[in-house]
Design a protein around this ligand. Structure first.
Ligand SMILES: Nc1ncnc2c1ncn2[C@@H]1O[C@H](COP(=O)(O)OP(=O)(O)OP(=O)(O)O)[C@@H](O)[C@H]1O
Ligand SMILES: [Mg+2]
Length: 343
């Protein structure tokens, strides 16, 4: 089966061609201009998607050495995401499917991330423990199959990626926060500042707002208001390293609890924050400790990408799910594959 995937939920336009297990093309156009505004501007994002999407589809097909006639199905992100941005990719894909009489699969973006480990050569196996950490979500899940997902916990306030972005802004590192904190942390001492790790009622839930406030208080008391006085580089590096250490510890603590409580075959770390090297290392070590197979997608498949959307579309078709062009699933914010909760 050959699937064309289209993703446009935020600030990446991406088009992929997936043939069975093989990614033939995965083109990603990142809207770097948002850097000037300190965050994503939704209206500008939608316009940039419109400008690039046709070219990207043509280029992806050319790279895959494939024509539209050879495509069996088209999968597109239906939500969650920025509504205007989603509309561009979703309506483009749906129109194309209608014109070319292809199967059309609306894909939940988070489900795309959850199963992105399957784009790796060495595939995860079910039951699969998934730590999904992105700009908008922090979820600990057990996938029993492609259509049965159990949510163990989620963040009660900020997502992990959001915490990286906000702390980076707070200390003057700017946007995008995750990679900048990681780079500064490499030169810092992670044991320098003992930032707190939240202890919550919900056994598998996460919270990052207390940690974020704690960084703010530290910066205020040690250096005055961050806007007024730049923080010396050595201190900045220590703050970044200590903050990153606290996030990684908070995430891994819950994964370890789950490994102790449930029968797990393999584990996967996914989403934009899965690009973080400290987190990747710690997740791998945890897998080694519990003798579990660990699958962490390569960096290209951690942030937003259409390969994961194409894969999710393919896995739903293979699971016997059917979709009709007539039922408009947009905007499809909720996933029907969560068996004990809604996403
Ligand atoms: N090396 C890194 N370390 C930590 N965080 C990172 C790193 N690289 C990227 N991130 C974070 O990943 C997030 C982006 O991930 P992603 O693109 O999956 O999120 P999103 O699509 O905006 O949100 P969602 O998938 O929840 O809708 C940002 O918050 C970014 O700071
Ligand atoms: Mg995402």
């Amino acid at each position: 089966m050959t699937v064309l995937g289209i993703e446009s939920s935020c600030d990446e336009t991406s088009v992929a061609v997936l043939k069975d297990d093989l990614v033939l093309a995965n083109l990603i156009s990142s809207q770097d201009f948002h850097i000037n505004f300190g965050g994503v501007v939704p209206e500008l994002s939608s316009r940039a998607h419109i400008q690039i999407i046709t070219t990207l589809v043509k280029n992806a097909l050319a790279k895959a050495n494939c024509t539209l006639d050879e495509i069996d199905a088209i999968g597109a992100t239906a939500g969650p995401g920025l509504i205007g941005a989603l509309l561009v990719g979703y309506t483009f894909a749906r129109g194309l499917a209608f014109a070319k009489k292809k199967k059309f699969v609306p894909v939940n973006h988070i489900e795309g991330h959850i199963f992105s480990g399957f784009l790796s050569e060495d595939k995860p196996t079910f039951p699969l423990l998934v730590l999904a950490v992105s700009g908008g979500h922090t979820l600990l899940l057990i996938a029993k199959s492609f259509t049965e997902i159990i949510k163990l916990g989620s963040t009660i306030d900020d997502a992990a990626g959001e915490a990286f972005d906000k702390v980076a802004k707070m200390v003057g590192l700017g946007y995008p926060g995750g990679p900048k904190i990681q780079a500064a942390a490499e030169k810092g001492d992670k044991m320098k500042i003992p930032f707190p790790i939240a202890d919550l009622k919900g056994k598998y839930d996460f919270s990052f707002s207390g940690l974020k406030t704690s960084v703010l208080r530290y910066v205020q008391s040690a250096f005055g208001r961050p806007q007024n006085s730049p923080i010396p580089e050595a201190d900045l590096n220590d703050i970044a390293a200590s903050f990153q250490y606290a996030v990684v510890k908070a995430l891994l603590k819950k994964c370890e609890l789950a490994l102790k409580e449930f029968e797990i075959s393999s584990m996967s770390l996914v989403g934009g924050v899965a690009a973080n090297q400290e987190l990747r290392k710690a997740f791998l070590q945890l897998g080694e400790k519990y003798k579990k197979k660990v699958v962490i997608p390569k960096l290209e498949y951690c942030g937003d990408n259409a390969a994961m959307i194409a894969f999710r579309a393919q896995s739903l078709i293979n699971a016997g799910e059917s979709f009709s062009l007539e039922t408009d699933a947009f905007p499809n914010f909720s996933s029907k594959y969560f068996i004990n909760s809604t996403l």
